[in-house]
Design a protein around this ligand. Structure first.
Ligand code: PLP
Length: 213
C-alpha cells in the first residue's frame, strides 16, 4: 500500500482541543521493514516549498534504496544543500508550528471560498475536509458557464484562468478555477477577488442572454 501524504497537514475537521489535527499512516506501521506500507511526503504542499523539489518515502530499506537509485539515475536526485536545509524543517516542533499556521490560515480561506460560492449560487456537493481545493458544481449557472470545459474557455477569454491556474499550487493563496470536467470545477481555496468578480461578470452577462432568448 502506497500512501501519498502530501496534503496530510491540511485538515479542517479538528474537533478536539488540540492546536491542530495531524494524521499519518506511519502511526499504524508496526515494523517498517515487513509491513507492506510505503508513505510518501514532501515539501511541496505541507511545507509549501514546491521549488525545492524535495520529497521522501518511509518504507523498507530495500524500497528506499531502489527509489534513491532510480532518482539518481533519472535526474541526479535532490541537491544536497537543500536536503540538509529540509532536515531542519522536519524538526517536529517546526513541523507542528507550520501545521498550526496552515490549518488556521487555510480554514479561513476555505470558509471565504465556500461563502463566496454560495453567494454566487454555485453549489458545493461536498465541502472539503482537507487539501486546498473545493469541487464546485456549475450546473446552476447560465450556459455556457454550466459546463466545466466551456467555463474554462470563458476564463481563458479574460486571461483569468491561465494566470491563476499556473499559480494555484505554487502559491496556494489564489483562487483558481482549474481541472475542469463536465459541470464540476476544482477551485483552489483562496482569496483572490478577481476570480470571483470574473465569475460574477460572466454570470450577469449570460443571465441577460438567457432572459433575452
Ligand atoms: C496528491 C499529490 N501528491 C503529491 C504532489 C506533489 O507533487 P510535486 O512535488 O511533484 O509538485 C501533488 C502536487 O500537485 C499532489 O497533488
Amino acid at each position: 500500500m502506497i500512501l501519498d501524504e502530501f496534503y496530510s497537514h491540511y485538515i479542517y475537521t479538528n474537533s478536539t482541543d488540540a492546536p491542530c489535527k495531524l494524521v499519518s499512516a506511519a502511526a499504524f506501521v508496526e515494523d517498517v521493514e515487513t509491513d507492506p506500507v510505503i508513505v510518501v511526503d514532501g515539501l511541496t504542499k505541507n511545507w509549501r516549498y514546491p521549488g525545492w523539489r524535495i520529497s521522501w518515502i518511509l518504507g523498507p530499506k530495500s524500497v528506499v534504496e531502489t527509489v534513491a537509485s532510480a532518482g539518481s539515475f533519472l535526474d541526479g536526485g535532490a541537491n544536497h544543500p537543500f536536503q540538509k536545509e529540509a532536515l531542519l524543517l522536519l524538526d517536529p516542533s517546526i513541523a507542528l508550528q507550520e501545521t498550526i499556521a496552515i490549518q488556521k490560515h487555510f480554514a479561513e480561506k476555505r470558509q471565504y471560498t465556500l461563502d463566496r460560492l454560495k453567494e454566487m449560487g454555485i453549489g458545493v456537493d461536498a465541502e472539503p475536509e482537507g487539501t486546498f481545493y473545493v469541487w464546485a458544481n456549475l450546473s446552476n449557472l447560465p450556459p455556457p458557464l454550466n459546463n466545466g470545459m466551456s467555463f474554462f474557455k470563458e476564463g481563458l477569454k479574460e486571461k483569468v484562468i491561465t494566470v491563476l491556474a499556473y499559480s494555484s499550487t505554487s502559491i496556494p493563496t489564489t483562487a483558481a478555477p482549474m481541472r475542469a470536467t463536465r459541470t464540476i470545477v476544482e477551485l483552489a481555496l483562496g482569496g483572490d477577488e478577481e476570480a470571483y468578480h470574473w465569475i460574477k461578470r460572466r454570470r450577469a452577462r449570460y443571465s441577460k442572454v438567457q432572459l433575452a432568448s
